[in-house]
Design a binder for this molecule. Structure first.
Ligand code: AMP
Length: 195
């Protein structure tokens, strides 16, 4: 099963993605992680991405699609994968659809985690103080900016996947377990229809 996670920063995508890949037994592909790895390794992609990420902006589509394509080449995604934090633009979504179409595959489900704005701000600010190793883009100044980037560039994906018929909206409020139960039901519904 190929799953895409859409949702604003702070919605819980990272946490829920980890649980979902364990549940489905598929690889977790996070472009944020791949880019942070490129930064640690000091690659050219990493050097270009670093200041952009620190500003809370989106890394250019070409770079993101490059690290994603490279990751997909590892060949462990034939039975499915979970895309976390990608696509973030319509262009990325179209490119990803093309990559999968070339393998006679498609995105089976796009999960949107829905969380009100004031709760997102609260969670992102909490992450600043609670994390052992704060992320360099979790700075108070970038929180509202990252949310506005999400609304303008990434939220249009919700309609994109709605039109494809793959969108499932998940209420992201409540405990981690409650949210995961909703996700699991949505996954099982799609599974039973495609079986
Ligand atoms: P994340 O870990 O998904 O929150 O991503 C952290 C940062 O990496 C984002 O704020 C962007 O700067 C960059 N990034 C990650 N994935 C993408 C993507 N699909 N498109 C553009 N930029 C991305």
């Amino acid at each position: 099963m190929r799953v895409v996670f859409v949702g604003p920063p702070g919605a819980g995508k990272g946490t829920q993605s980890k649980r979902l890949v364990d549940y489905l037994g598929i690889p977790h592909l996070s472009t944020g992680e791949l880019l942070r790895q490129a930064i640690r390794e000091g690659t050219e992609t990493g050097l270009t991405a670093k200041p952009i990420m620190e500003n809370g902006q989106l890394v250019p589509d070409e770079l993101v699609l490059g690290v994603l394509a490279e990751r997909l080449e590892r060949g462990d995604c034939d039975n499915g994968c979970l895309l976390d934090g990608v696509p973030r633009t319509i262009r990325q979504a179209e490119a990803i659809d093309e990559i999968f179409a070339g393998r006679d595959q498609a995105i089976d489900i796009a999960l949107e985690l829905v969380v009100p704005n004031d709760e997102l701000v609260r969670r992102l600010n909490a992450r600043l103080t609670e994390g052992d190793e704060p992320r360099s883009d979790d700075l108070p100044d970038t929180v509202p900016f990252r949310l506005s980037v999400y609304r303008s560039q990434t939220e249009p994906l919700v309609d994109y996947y709605r039109q494809k018929g793959t969108l499932r909206q998940i209420d992201g409020m409540g405990t981690t377990d409650e949210v995961f139960d909703r996700i699991r039901s949505a996954i099982e519904q799609v599974r039973s229809h495609s079986a």
